[in-house]
Design a binder for this molecule. Sequence first.
Ligand code: ZN
Length: 397
Amino acid sequence: MDSFDRFPLRVRPRDGEPAIAALGRTCLRIGLASERELAAMFALRLNDVARGRANARLAVLMELSEREAGTLASWTPSDIGNTRVTLRGEVLRTPHDMTLGIGSGRRVRACPECLRADLADRDGGPKVQRPYVRAWWNVLDVYTCPIHLCTLSAVSGGGRVLAPDRSDEARLRAYWGGLCEAPAAAVPPSDTSADGYLLGRLGAMPRVDVPFLDALPLGEASAVLNWVGEVVVSGARANYARGLPFDQAADLRSRGLEACLDWPNGMNALLRTLQERAPANVRGLKGRFGRYYSRLYDDRGARADQEVRAVLRDAMRAYIVEHVPLDLGETVFRDGVEAGRRITAGHAAKLLGIRPKEMLALARAEGLLADGDTDGHLYGLLREDIEGRLHGTTAAA
Ligand SMILES: [Zn+2]
């Protein structure tokens, strides 16, 4: 068989729909139990369909016009290596950033309002085939529909196709896991800004320029929104955007985006807040900066996001070297820092060969401490002040 025309009914790819989802809609329309069954009839491999390797073959089988074939290909992820795909020219890691939407009983993510708008669209053909997957629903860091200002809904056990003699409602419910009837939880527009940024890069919404993020692959830019948002919301404590309810994750990520608009100043302001909030008894960079520091410190080779960690480490190192008092021999991300601008009072005492108590008294007497920092814990001392004194002493001797 060389086309789906043995079936009297045809399905047209929709704008925004990946090929694997168009195949699923075809099954739903004609009542085949699964994409796998349809694929087997035509010697297609589902993995190839999901990874953009079967677009040309599908165009023939589905008897698509050139324009339709273009629509299908433009929203189908395309393989680049085993763990990454491009979607709309943007690089995403799979399965880390994006699911490919294969398998009966799969987890379905969708905007219930988009589904209802599809159902109401009489130009979309028979009812069971009207709702369609937007590829961006499969991007795991997208939690809202910026079009309908609501959270996406997710449910496991979707993708099931019932026989054509069952009612449209029953068939839609089995396929969409009940999401067509799911309530939509409204979110304020400000909480959709992170998703709006991602959708802008994918060309599903107007593009928003964020130069710092624009320079990163999309999946890694998205990870930055999680990490920076976690600092905004939870400070030095651990948090995990992917473990939050969708509305909270969207809020956290959108606040992360705000801090990225003026990079690195927005991030530096956050680091300054962490530095000032750190309890007086904490020492070292992990103590002051908590989860954000240790996350960037984690440079195990197997991690998929080394590039972005290196970029963030450089920005944080620049902040630390300028603003954070370092102890003698203290390293920043394992690297020795010879020229940190600020040093701890203990470090200064060692340089001058005096006791810490004497050092503090000297610093107070000579006005070497920053305003509001009575014991040097927050900002320490300027290295140049201490070195100048050291050289002066040496010369006098
Ligand atoms: Zn929607």
